[in-house]
Design a protein around this ligand. Structure first.
Ligand SMILES: [Fe+2]
Length: 385
């Protein structure tokens, strides 16, 4: 069927009487139709099986395959072709059989009028042609929709891949940046990655919505990015800072905020860099916010930041034990730190923070960090402090 050449105006005439065939051909000669003829049902079948036909006009009484059977075959093989029965009998039963069994669309009686034949055949060809055009249009629309669906699916796949690649590149860029920042203050190597993981863990325990964890992790990772604006002579000064130098250092929170506000993908990670030196008693900087005015992730981070500083070795001090660091943090609960967050922090065993510190050296992406915190929490729950 699919190999048939497309042609919307081809008509097959079938009659075992050559005279009838030639008369019918003459009747249709001046019409815009391509006429094929067959002198028997068997020969007609070969054409029907191999050629697209707009209409089939068949005599009823023929030796071999009769008209009703032939039209029935046309309906089976080419259901779109219009079927016309030509019969010399005005018997109602013959007409009913032609319609019911042969699926005839029209019945013409012999003797026929040329106008009636021409009119029925041309109308049939028109009808076939309209339906064929509609089918082609629907097929083209379907094909177009399918192409669009494929293009959309392909685009979605590419966007997902690009987003994944961007996330990886983004994480790599952040890791490289914080490593550069930490190595500038040589004594605090690994500090940013540790506090980022600690903060993410604590945020998770606080119950902060999962959708914010990525922003919190990145904010913690970049909490001191503003220090790139503090001169080496001040940042790396071994002795105590003068009041003016202290002011310069304090500006790192506002500077970090300005830097991050220019980066679309980090705009939601600015809370910790901007507010991590605020105190709940309002004596912090840069805004002097009090209590719950300070975003909760920045209040949590302030505890974490202090804890890591106390637990880390400095040229001027050895690392402090977990218990000693917790003692100092507890003494600042309600003044420097949020008391309820200090309490939550204290509930974690030293081994939890030590485990996170170890993991921070291997974590390369936000997704990995979230996964490490989830697994650490599972261990912490099964082995309480
Ligand atoms: Fe800072």
């Amino acid at each position: 069927m699919n190999q048939r050449p497309d042609n919307d105006n081809r008509v097959l005439l079938i009659d075992d009487e050559p005279r009838v065939l030639s008369t019918l051909c003459r009747t249709l000669r001046s019409s815009d139709v391509e006429v094929l003829t067959a002198p028997s049902g068997d020969k007609a079948m070969r054409i029907i099986e191999s050629t697209t036909l707009a209409a089939v006009l068949s005599d009823q009484c023929m030796p071999g395959i009769n008209g009703t059977t032939l039209l029935s075959n046309v309906r089976r093989i080419q259901p779109e072709a219009i079927r016309i029965m030509l019969t010399g009998s005005a018997d109602l039963n013959v007409a009913l059989a032609a319609v019911n069994e042969g699926g005839a669309n029209h019945i013409l009686l012999k003797p026929w009028s040329d106008n009636a034949v021409r009119s029925v055949v041309l109308e049939s060809v028109d009808e076939f042609s309209r339906k064929a055009a509609k089918r082609r249009s629907e097929a083209a629309a379907l094909s177009h929709r399918e192409r669009l669906r494929q293009v959309n699916a392909d685009l979605s796949r590419r966007i997902e891949l690009t987003a994944a690649e961007l996330t990886t590149a983004h994480d790599d860029m952040l890791t490289a940046l914080v490593m550069a920042l930490d190595s500038r203050e040589r004594q605090s190597a690994g500090h940013s990655q540790r506090v980022a993981l600690y903060c993410l863990y604590l945020a998770n325990r606080i119950g902060i919505d999962q959708g914010f964890l990525e922003n919190i992790y990145r904010g913690a990772l970049l909490h001191d990015i503003g220090k790139i604006g503090v001169p080496d002579a001040v940042l790396l000064k071994p002795g105590p800072l003068s009041p003016a130098e202290r002011k310069q250092v304090e500006k790192h929170v506002e500077f970090g905020y300005r830097v991050l506000s220019r980066v679309d993908c980090l705009r939601n990670s600015m809370c910790i860099p901007l507010f991590h030196h605020e105190r709940v008693d309002g004596r912090g900087y840069a805004r002097g916010l009090k209590g719950n005015e300070i975003p909760i992730e920045a209040r949590a981070f302030a505890i974490i930041d202090c804890y890591d500083a106390l637990r880390s070795a400095r040229p001027y001090k050895p690392p402090m034990s977990h218990a000693a660091a917790c003692g100092i943090i507890a003494s600042d609960a309600g003044t420097r730190f949020d008391a309820s967050l200090v309490e939550l922090f204290m509930q974690e065993a030293a081994s939890t923070w030590d485990s996170l510190a170890d993991a921070s050296e291997r974590v390369c992406s936000t997704a990995e960090a979230i996964d490490v915190c989830r697994r650490t929490a599972e261990v912490a729950i099964s082995t309480p402090a």
